[in-house]
Design a protein around this ligand. Structure first.
Ligand SMILES: [Zn+2]
Length: 397
């Protein structure tokens, strides 16, 4: 690893790592990102970005250059909660470094991607950005609650349509080219309540749901595998019922479905498949795709359907080829290409808006949302070097 990109990234390593530690030490649950956004904005200004904007939703966008070809590196700056603190070997917000490993909530998912892409700007400032390129580093909000919402806003309301989006979620420094989508569905059955001492007078909504539950379990087993993203899945994540009292027959029952979508599975096909289940028809159950409308930390509400489409870019398309070439330039070895198991803001950039999108990030998917979350410090340096190399490849493509 002796390319000039890598050497330049090593030169800014101290500042990069300090910035990473600072943003890990600022807890930033979804809709509570204000303080970390301010810290990121400050760093972009210190590095000398040409323009730094916080949009009305609270996303921070740093720009360098003003060429016609736009490349945006996106990292969400919200994190999930700590979970059981007893499962952590150290303070989840310590940002301690030991033996080249940096620990803390957000280390892999995904403040490392944020830190590296912000510092890619420092490399561009030093090396010079190609005349035909505009570079953006975006630190976006609410991804953990509603993936892609921030980019729906940036595209629809901010009018930014990059020619290439790089999602900097953890890929173990591999080039990723898609992931399964997902959606959240509710199935509801209605009954008639009556006194629990004479249940035959009523119609129990929970019993009507029993057949549906069994059918959903079967449906999950029957969903077909699809290359290269694997099979879609469906599981019941919650069940609840209503009745006038605990001494009454239930008059309503609702299940919440977590549906993961693979290639060729959409909102319409997935709803149709549930409506076609014999038990759903027999119970006259209703099927609803849920909405998300939680306000951002700035108070802005931007309602959307909880449907996050699958996306995939082919291995021989120009963005993937440019990324493979950039990897070779940065590290003088061949890249590995793959895809994520989880979902990212790519659901909006690629899935909804069909903007060319790829993934590359420091850290590892397996540490996301897990105790003792961590990343290699070396990954931060490598990702920064790669992003700068990719800007140069992108300028040529
Ligand atoms: Zn993430």
């Amino acid at each position: 690893m002796s390319s000039s990109y890598y050497a330049d990234a090593m030169d800014i390593k101290t500042d990069l790592v300090k910035f990473m530690q600072d943003i890990i030490r600022i807890p930033s649950l979804s809709s509570e990102e204000g303080a970390v956004v301010e810290r990121i904005r400050e760093e972009m200004l210190k590095i000398g970005y040409d323009e730094v904007t916080v949009d009305p939703m609270g996303n921070v966008l740093g720009r360098i250059g003003s060429g016609p070809r736009i490349i945006a590196f996106d990292g969400h700056c919200d994190i999930v909660d700590v979970g059981d603190p007893d499962l952590w070997d150290r303070d989840p917000y310590s940002a301690d470094i030991e033996d080249g490993i940096l620990y803390g909530r957000g280390a892999s998912d995904m403040k490392g991607g944020v830190a590296s892409s912000v510092y890619a700007g420092a490399l561009l400032k030093k090396r010079g950005i190609p005349d035909n390129v505009t570079f953006y580093a975006t630190a976006t909000v609410q991804e953990e609650d509603c993936d892609g919402l921030c980019w729906q806003y940036i595209i629809n309301e901010g009018g930014l349509r990059p020619n290439l989006v790089v999602i900097t979620e953890p890929t173990s420094l591999r080039i990723y080219r898609g992931h399964r989508g997902r959606m959240e569905i509710e199935v509801h059955t209605s009954g008639i309540s009556c006194h629990g001492s004479a249940p035959e007078r009523g119609d129990n909504a929970v019993y009507k749901m029993a057949g549906i539950i069994a059918d959903i379990e079967k449906l999950n087993e029957q969903l077909p595998p699809r290359d290269p993203l694997g099979k879609g899945t469906v599981t019941i994540s919650e069940i609840r019922s209503s009745s006038p009292s605990l001494c009454a027959v239930a008059d309503g029952c609702t299940i919440h479905l977590d549906r993961r979508l693979t290639i060729d599975e959409t909102e319409d096909t997935s709803v149709a498949e549930i409506l076609a289940l014999p038990s759903v028809k027999a119970a006259n159950a209703t099927v609803t795709v849920l909405d998300y409308e939680v306000p951002s930390y700035t108070g802005l509400s931007y309602p959307t359907r909880k449907y996050y489409p699958t996306w995939e870019i082919k291995e021989d398309e120009p963005p993937v080829l440019a990324a493979v070439a950039a990897y070779k330039r940065a590290f003088d070895k061949e890249a590995e290409v793959g895809h994520w198991t989880f979902s990212t803001n790519g659901v909006a950039t690629a899935g909804m808006h069909h903007l060319p999108t790829i993934g590359f990030g420091p850290g590892h998917e397996r540490f996301a949302h897990a105790p003792n979350e961590q990343t290699e410090v070396e990954h931060l340096v490598c990702a920064t070097a790669f992003y700068a190399a990719l800007v140069d490849e992108f300028a040529k493509s």
